[in-house]
Design a protein around this ligand. Structure first.
Ligand code: DOR
Ligand code: ZN
Length: 346
């Protein structure tokens, strides 16, 4: 079986920097035409000048034959200047602003401690129509980790959308029925991205026969009913759900330790894994819109030209890839079968 689709985009990607960047960027560029690049570097990317410099490093790390456009984001902090939004809005290659609640995830320490501190920035974003990309989880230590997303939707996102009636918002990497329902009930300025791993895995994966650090990500995997709701949303053809892999590589020793980092490295088979998820509901006819059209439409960018072909053919994911200087990164499905493969162009 073969499936030809318009070249897809990845609307949420972690590429890291330096030697790590060089070792992972082609895994995304092999199939995605564009990707929204997350700004949670150390230190975070907080100005347009820094984002453009990072963009140059990404372009320089690409193999010569690659045709891949990084779309850059700024990391919102309590100290972001509203003036930076005007610069962002006028700079080609910049896409939006990323909001991490402080402490919500990897390198989110510099995130926003209180939305009131960034009110002026949000006002500027609203007037310049700059999208806000949200890691939607509350962070209070008393809140159960599995409840963080839906409580964020209810207590933070809902009031935020009300306070800024024209702000364009993406709720990124959604994981719950509540987030799906909220987007379905929302206005056209609200969209959500969905990862391949949240479509394929439920939270049992983290505990299958022992503790499995390579299945630990944030937002954490959820119950099966949530996975089913995400699959239904992704394959529904609804215009405001689209692909964002959240591929997030970490060196093996930073995953396999007493306090392992959050993040799944899915880029080496991300598109193929989406195909698997869609095929599980016999909804391959909906895949192209989800990976190639919906995100571009929401972000008001042209759809890609050109196409690629996926073939239903088994192959084995390597046990690991080289990462940074002398490290390894373990991909999702390491040493296991992937059921779809990119056809090599004739
Ligand atoms: O699992 C995750 N990893 N979730 C995030 O939000 C950040 C990411 C990372 O940068 O490793
Ligand atoms: Zn992410």
């Amino acid at each position: 079986m073969q499936l030809q689709i318009t070249r897809p985009d990845d609307w949420h990607l972690h590429l890291r920097d330096g030697a790590a960047l060089a070792s992972v960027v082609s895994a995304s560029a092999r199939c995605f035409a564009r990707a929204i690049i997350m700004p949670n570097l150390k230190p975070p990317v907080t100005t347009v000048a820094q984002a453009l410099a990072y963009r140059q490093r990404i372009l320089a790390a690409l193999p010569p034959e690659a045709d891949f456009q990084p779309l850059m984001t700024l990391y919102l902090t309590d100290n972001t200047a509203p003036q930076e939004i005007e610069i962002l809005a006028k700079t080609p290659g910049m896409l939006g602003v990323k909001y991490y609640p402080a402490g919500a995830t990897t390198n989110a320490d510099a995130g926003v401690t209180d939305l009131r501190k960034v009110w002026g920035v949000l006002e500027a974003m609203q007037s310049y129509e700059v999208p806000l990309l949200i890691h939607g989880e509350v962070t209070a230590a008393s809140i159960d980790i599995f409840d963080r997303e839906y409580l964020f939707v209810r207590h933070v996102l809902d009031p935020l959308l009300e306070a800024f009636p024209c702000l364009r918002v993406t709720l990124e990497h959604i994981t719950t029925t509540e987030a799906v329902d909220f987007v379905l009930a929302g206005e056209s300025r609200l969209a959500a991205s969905i990862t391949a791993h949240h479509l394929l895995l439920n939270r049992n994966a983290i505990f299958q026969g022992g503790i499995r650090p390579h299945y630990y990500c944030l937002p954490v995997l959820k119950r099966e009913i949530h996975r089913q709701a995400l699959l239904e949303a992704a394959t529904s053809g609804h215009p405001r759900f689209f692909a964002g892999t959240d591929s997030a590589p970490h060196a093996r020793q930073h995953k396999e330790c007493a306090c392992g980092c959050a993040g799944l490295y899915t880029a080496p088979a991300a598109l193929e894994l989406y195909a698997e998820a869609f095929n599980s509901l016999e909804a391959l006819d909906k895949l192209e819109a989800f990976v190639s059209f919906r995100g571009a439409d929401f972000y008001r960018l042209p759809r890609n030209s050109g196409s690629l072909t996926l073939e239903q053919r088994d192959w084995m994911m390597p046990e690991h890839f080289n990462f940074a200087e002398h490290e390894e990164v373990i991909p999702l499905r390491a040493g296991q079968t992937i059921h779809w493969q990119l056809a090599v162009p004739a």
